[in-house]
Design a protein around this ligand. Structure first.
Ligand code: AMP
Length: 469
């Protein structure tokens, strides 16, 4: 099926051709005709399924068909999104899809200048993409009015509730005219979301695309059992040995993300971090460098990563496993965008094994065990020596070694012997391992990697090391 069959107008199909899209994704196929009819929609879908175009395309067509003048400070279509990154991403898509449709698009979210928002809203905008908090600030300051809204979109509603936006959301919806079209998207449908949907939607059509669990099917998934204190060394080895185009590394905390970036730098690997403590310009720069390929490694927390829509993410690395299994599916969905495939590697310490079990239960898939690289301890020690030299300190409590494993690592946890895990992992694994991945070059490598254990520093073909990227 092509886009022509969905009833989209010529300016939109032209924009799609310009984007190089030829075939609608399932949610686009199901949602576009319904939204064009003016019906409310309940979409159960997550990012990566093409849902942005599914609501933006038909909405642009409806707004363009009824070329009303928007009043100063007013808005015709409001899209609410949970994070700045997602809001920015939706606005970017709306501009691209609407490039031949002469509609104005603006974004407002925290961390940017109110004066700029005021300027953008002064003449009124056709499509406004906003995070709830900043929008309410603007409404309260009478810089934005919601009384002319014809289409209201709530995107990633489950995340909005998780982030505590429920009161803001309710306040905003009360200010929007009752006579409107409402489009409601959520990746999951817990009771709270179902109730909210039933309050806000009138006789909606429901479109459910792939339960969260099945996105995982396109991603090649591995898990390596490793001590928490040895994860840094493993990450360095993985980043050097895997054929990485772009890698998104997930940590559970902001502090953890910064620490990973610092330690990687100590081993000559350049990476950026993106999380809530970074300023908006820092976040934008990190994202832009990741998109352009200037920095191929981005270390992120879950919330900051919402809305990161970068094609060509070849690897997702879970430096720490998420304690909410759905988050794992969101994370690995950052690779395998729009039908591509990708690789997800999770580092699992002993105390994270229950999280792994929950993930496997949710995805109804067993994650394949990939053993630690051969000679892991020697390599880890060599990397540590390099790091100590480069940044003058090392957070690993002491030299990695068998003694460590017998005594257990610095953090409180069950007795754990990685060598034994290694052995048993090898026995469980199906043969895919770091050691025999066959991707390593023999020499080269980034600055500071001179004593990295004598392996894994070069990259075949490209000749550039991660450090140089
Ligand atoms: P979304 O789920 O809206 O975040 O979209 C996921 C990714 O798929 C984005 O990079 C879109 O630009 C891309 N995309 C959306 N629709 C299509 C399509 N019909 N064909 C190819 N790529 C698409």
């Amino acid at each position: 099926m092509s886009f022509d069959h969905l009833g989209l107008s010529e300016p939109l199909t032209r924009a799609l051709t310009a984007k190089g899209y030829t075939t609608p994704t399932p949610i686009q196929r199901d949602a576009i005709p319904t939204v064009l009819e003016g019906r409310d929609l309940l979409g159960i879908a997550q990012t990566g399924t093409g849902k942005t175009a599914a609501f933006v395309l038909p909405s642009i067509q409806r707004l363009a068909a009824d070329a009303k003048r928007v009043l100063p400070t007013h808005v015709r279509m409001l899209v609410l999104a949970p994070t700045r990154e997602l809001a920015g991403q939706i606005a970017e898509s709306a501009r691209a899809y609407g490039q031949f449709s002469r509609l104005s698009v603006a974004t407002v979210f925290g961390g940017t200048s109110i004066a700029k928002n005021r300027q953008d809203l002064q003449r009124g905008v056709d499509i406004l993409v906003a995070t709830p908090g900043r929008l309410l600030d603007l409404v309260e300051q009478r810089l934005c009015s919601l009384s002319q809204i014809e289409i209201l979109v709530l995107d990633e509603a489950d995340q909005m509730l998780d982030l505590g936006f429920i009161h803001s959301l309710k306040k905003i919806v009360r200010m929007v005219p009752r006579q409107r079209q409402t489009l409601f998207f959520s990746a999951t449908m817990p009771t709270s979301i179902r109730e909210l949907a039933s309050q806000y939607l009138t006789n909606p059509a429901t479109v459910a695309i792939k339960p969260a669990a099945t996105t995982a099917e396109r991603v090649e998934q591995h898990v390596t059992f490793v001590n928490q204190t040895e994860k840094q060394a493993l990450l360095t080895m993985v980043l050097r040995s895997e054929p990485i185009d772009r890698a998104l590394v997930f940590t559970r905390t902001k502090h953890g993300a910064d620490r990973v970036v610092k330690l990687l730098a100590g081993n000559g690997i350049a990476a950026n971090a993106i999380h809530g403590n970074k300023s908006q310009p820092q976040r934008e720069r990190a994202l832009a460098e990741f998109k352009s390929g200037k920095a191929t490694i981005l270390v992120a927390t879950d919330i900051a990563a919402r809305g990161i829509d970068v094609s060509g993410v070849s690897h997702v690395i879970n430096f720490e496993l998420p304690n909410v299994p759905e988050q794992y599916v969101h994370r690995i969905g950052r690779t395998a965008r729009a039908g591509a495939s990708g690789i997800a590697i999770s580092f699992c310490a002993d105390d994270e094994r229950p999280y792994l079990r929950d993930i496997e239960k949710l995805t109804r898939q067993k994650v394949e065990v990939r053993p630690l690289p051969d000679d892991f301890l020697n390599q880890a020690n060599a990397l540590r020596a390099v790091r100590v030299q480069a940044i003058g300190a090392d957070p690993a409590p002491r030299e990695y070694g068998r003694e460590d494993h017998q005594r257990g690592p610095a953090r409180p946890r069950a007795t754990h012997a990685p060598q034994a895990t290694h052995g048993s992992a090898q026995a469980q694994g199906n043969g895919r391992s770091y050691a025999n991945a066959g991707r390593r070059g023999g020499s080269g490598g980034g600055s500071g990697s001179g004593s990295g254990g004598g392996r894994g520093r070069g990259r075949p073909g490209g000749g550039r090391s991660m450090a140089a990227r």
